[in-house]
Design a protein around this ligand. Structure first.
Ligand SMILES: Nc1ncnc2c1ncn2[C@@H]1O[C@H](COP(=O)(O)OP(=O)(O)OP(=O)(O)O)[C@@H](O)[C@H]1O
Ligand SMILES: [Mg+2]
Length: 280
């Protein structure tokens, strides 16, 4: 059974004239690592809000179609129940962190669920270890760097043990080093715990090697859904104004001049290996 099933989904925000997303049909299986991309305003964040029930329960507007998460129709289950299936992490972790220190922050959601004290303690310890933030346990959110805050934000949704993690531009406020650490953590969660990942991210060079599927949106619709290699070798990203990784630009240019490669380089390291093969 698919973990996520979206059927004929459209959503128009109250007061908006046009739907922000329209006719979305999508199934995602357990363990997939999906990159969601597309130009600004194409509906990426709106689609994320549909995945954990913020739409239709929090944002007002008109929703058509259905979103089924692990057998739950989002229309029929409140956000706190869906949060146990889908963890949503935003761009700006500061607004997501509300507690006095990291340990309390991580205990917050499982406490609200009314879990037994011992289970809460166990989950907090696990999340601290997974994100390698044990040393930050007694720090206040405002004492942390952006990258540390983002790792705490991810840890805090993991305490609910969701099967799906949706991350909306989690690295856009981070420096390259912080971004790399956060993206590596996300990859580990996917590889080691088989958490299904849906990620909106602009640092393609860092993330494409881990990605199993790319979904491109434009004007509220899905315009391409394929492997990363196929997606970025097609003309569609350029037509709709989506960034193409430099390694694939190079590959496309060289392919046009007749140089043949046996694979598409998804990052600088791949490109360097391929070029080294040609130069020899
Ligand atoms: N809370 C809201 N109320 C009304 N309209 C909204 C709201 N949030 C988004 N929109 C509109 O819905 C459309 C899709 O926006 P959305 O934020 O989903 O795009 P996005 O692809 O995430 O863009 P970006 O890359 O800039 O984050 C836009 O036209 C936007 O103005
Ligand atoms: Mg957005």
């Amino acid at each position: 059974m698919s973990l996520i099933k979206i059927k004929n989904l459209s959503f128009t925000y109250a007061n908006a004239e046009e739907p922000a997303i329209k006719n979305i049909n999508l199934t995602i299986d357990k363990g997939e690592f999906v990159l969601l991309t597309g130009p600004s305003g194409c509906g990426k964040t709106t689609l994320c809000r549909c995945l954990n029930g913020l739409i239709p329960h929090f944002y007002t507007g008109e929703m058509q179609g259905d979103v089924i998460i692990d057998g739950f129709n989002t229309r029929e289950h409140p956000v706190y129940e869906l949060a146990q299936k889908v963890g949503l992490v935003f761009q700006d972790p500061e607004n997501q962190l509300v507690s006095l220190n990291v340990e309390k922050e991580l205990a917050f959601a499982p406490e609200n669920l009314g879990l037994p004290r011992e289970e809460i303690r166990k989950r907090v310890e696990e999340a601290l270890q997974l994100l390698k933030i044990e040393h930050l346990r007694y720090k206040a959110p405002y004492e942390l760097s952006g990258g540390e805050q983002q790792r705490v934000a991810i840890a805090s949704v993991l305490t609910l043990k969701p099967k799906i993690l949706v991350l909306d531009e989690p690295t856009s406020n981070l420096d390259p080093k912080g971004a790399e650490q956060v993206l590596k953590t996300i990859k580990d969660l996917n590889e080691k715990l088989n958490v299904t990942i849906i990620l909106i991210e602009h640092r393609l060079d860092l993330i494409l090697p881990y990605t199993t599927r790319v979904i491109l949106m434009n004007r509220g619709e899905i315009v391409l859904d394929s492997s990363p290699e196929k997606a970025f070798c097609s003309n569609i990203p350029e037509e709709i104004g989506v960034d193409i990784p430099v390694s694939i630009k190079l590959y496309n240019e060289l392919s046009r001049t007749g140089v043949k490669f046996n694979k598409v380089p998804l990052c600088a390291k791949d490109a360097a290996e391929l070029l080294a093969g040609v130069i020899k």
